[in-house]
Ligand binder design. Structure first.
Ligand SMILES: [Mg+2]
Ligand SMILES: [Zn+2]
Length: 208
């Protein structure tokens, strides 16, 4: 199972200066959702690998240092592990096409909505994409998951605005849930479904 980080494992922050909700910019302000560790533990107990796939252009944009990104990832990793939800692997895209740091200024293949990060993770971790899930809180996650051939789960609340956006972007998720907390139950339900779904994309099986 592929998991986006911000908005899935940890909360988003409200940036007063930019007037928008976005990724946390420091380990101190990063808050792991209290239910995340238990959810990851249950996902793993169902036989899935838990793999983070996350765009993290903050270093490229000089919003924080590579060390701070490391501290943030360590905080997420430890919080999950302390509840039995040890991550199996983590993949981050550090690039951005308009990066201020030249080294990361790249129109790469791994920045979601492109599927590069998932494809690499699948190859390295021996994951069958067609029987895997992608859980994200943004349409770029859904797009990457669809492009990689995974079953997609979008976290959030469906409203008319989001529905319109999903239509316009052609990024309909296979499932929609309020948060990661509900994901294990959905997987259990899908797994115990009596009939075989018509599409291979929706077929549930183990990540390995
Ligand atoms: Mg996110
Ligand atoms: Zn990249």
């Amino acid at each position: 199972m592929f998991l986006d980080r911000d908005g899935v494992l940890n909360d988003l922050e409200y940036d007063e200066e930019e007037g928008r909700v976005g990724s946390p910019l420091s380990a101190r302000e990063l808050k792991v959702f209290p239910y995340a560790g238990e959810a990851v533990r249950r996902i793993k107990a169902l036989g899935f690998l838990a793999i983070v796939v996350s765009n993290q252009p903050g270093v490229a944009k000089r919003q924080f240092s590579l060390e701070e990104l490391d501290r943030m990832n360590t905080k997420v990793r430890s919080a999950l592990a302390s509840r039995g939800g040890k991550l199996d692997a983590e993949y981050y895209c550090l690039h951005h096409p308009e990066a201020r740091v030249k080294k990361y200024r790249l129109d790469c293949d791994c920045r979601k909505p492109k599927p590069g990060l998932l494809l690499r993770a699948a190859k390295e971790q021996g994951v069958d994409l067609a029987s895997s899930y992608l859980v994200g809180d943004a349409l770029v996650d859904v797009k990457a998951g669809r492009a990689a051939g995974c079953t997609t789960i979008l976290l959030g609340h469906a409203g008319s605005f989001l529905s319109e956006l999903i239509d316009r972007e052609g990024a309909a998720p296979d499932h929609m849930l309020p948060s990661l907390k509900q994901v294990p139950d959905l997987i259990v339900r899908l797994e115990s479904a009596p009939s075989v779904p018509p599409s291979g994309r929706r077929r549930l099986s183990r990540s390995q």
